[in-house]
Design a protein around this ligand. Structure first.
Ligand SMILES: *Cc1c(COP(=O)(O)O)cnc(C)c1O
Length: 376
């Protein structure tokens, strides 16, 4: 049996519906910022209990627009060092100084303590990244710490479609949140992103920024330095149709995760990362930590070559402060993130994964870890 690292699930009925809608869009000539985009925004915002959704061309654009709307130029923006490069790039492109923070080993996320460690008088925004779809139970403490100091909390929710904590969905914890619809994300529109916010000013600015800084769609008065950050109607309808699968996908992923939880209890040398009490993860990633000293590259090779199991991509393989493109922002002591990045693995989870596949992953993992233990 082969288990790939990821599988993008578009059931036949969805493909047919999208094809038919795309044909209608092309016939209508309304190709961008039209009715499908407005519906996608409304449905996605409602699914995350948030008043406003602003669809954009990518998750990276969503982040940059939020940061521009919050006027970060010249200020410090705190991000966890174990995040995707786009979190850092968006802050730099919005003119901010990047400050890397360490994370909590239990959640791979910022904590109030790791944020407090790197706060400066110039901190304007803290970006909380819901790594793997897991929302830290420290989210309220982080928000309180930000509120006390007039700092904005922004969620990088690129991994967190449909995830929640204490019944509150991703996207509802900060001043604004950025979601991505890149193909590997839980819901995809091919390419695309979404800003969620309850803040009318952020909503209004985002609408202006995404369309070349124009005061309105039909006019030609540019009141801000915006960019081509629109989402096309073809992408919007793709995302809209895919979004209807969200609860079904989450159910499948959570069943697989429960099987992994139970299975890993019986396997030596690896510990799952548990979802905090009150948390509801979408299992964008299923995170686990092999015992220190385990050769991850060898484990992955063994799984792939002998068992046909490809692990999912790490989140992330190396922290940003160790990436060449961020070399000039390096510095600071970030030992927890360094250890997590070097050591963790992500078991494959697909939105249509079968129990047999999950069991094959578990059996393969047990066997591969045993092989590594007897031939170190
Ligand atoms: C995917 C991702 C992004 C960027 O989204 P794009 O749609 O690819 O631009 C930003 N942050 C994180 C954490 C991501 O995983």
């Amino acid at each position: 049996m082969q288990v790939p690292s990821a599988r993008i699930v578009f059931p036949e009925a969805d493909r047919a519906e999208i094809a038919s809608s795309v044909s209608g869009i092309l016939a209508s000539g309304a190709l961008t910022l039209g009715a499908y985009t407005r519906e996608f925004e409304a449905v996605f915002a409602a699914a995350h209990d948030t008043p406003f959704g602003i669809a954009v061309s990518s998750g990276t654009a969503a982040l940059e627009i939020i940061l521009r709307a919050l006027d970060v130029a010249g200020s410090d923006v705190i991000i966890p060092t174990n995040t995707f490069a786009a979190t850092g790039f968006a802050a730099l492109r919005a003119g901010a100084n990047l400050v890397f923070a360490d994370v909590d080993p239990g959640t791979f996320a910022l904590s109030a303590a790791t944020v407090a460690d790197v706060l400066t008088p110039s901190t304007r925004v803290v970006i909380l990244v819901h790594i793997g779809g897991l929302i830290t139970s420290d989210v309220d403490a982080i928000r309180a710490l930000c509120d006390e100091r007039g700092i904005f909390l922004v969620e990088d929710a690129a991994h967190a479609h449909g995830a929640s904590h204490d019944g509150r969905p991703a996207g509802s914890f900060g001043t604004a949140a950025a979601f991505s619809f890149y193909p590997t994300k839980i819901i995809t529109s091919g390419e695309g992103g979404m800003i969620l916010t309850a803040d009318e000013r952020v909503r209004d600015e985002a609408v202006i920024f995404r369309d070349q800084g124009k005061a309105g769609f039909l006019g030609n008065v540019h009141i801000k330095q915006g960019y081509a950050w629109r989402l096309s109607e073809l992408h919007a309808v793709t995302g809209l149709v895919h979004l209807r699968r969200l609860s079904e996908f989450l159910e499948v992923r959570r069943r697989v995760a429960a099987r992994y939880d139970a299975g890993l209890d019986r396997i030596d040398g690896i510990e799952p990362v548990r979802v905090p009490a009150g948390g509801y993860s979408n299992f964008y990633k299923y995170l686990a930590l092999p015992r220190p000293g385990t050769d991850r590259a060898r484990l992955k090779k063994e799984l792939k070559e002998r068992h046909g199991v490809s692990l999912s991509g790490e989140v992330y393989e190396a922290p940003l402060h160790q990436q060449p493109a961020f070399a000039s922002y390096a510095g600071g002591n970030l030992p927890v993130a360094e250890d997590l990045c070097a050591r963790h693995v992500c078991l494959p989870v697909h939105s249509d994964m079968t129990e047999a596949e999950a069991d094959h992953v578990l059996a393969s993992l047990a066997s591969a870890l045993e092989t590594l233990a007897v031939q170190p």
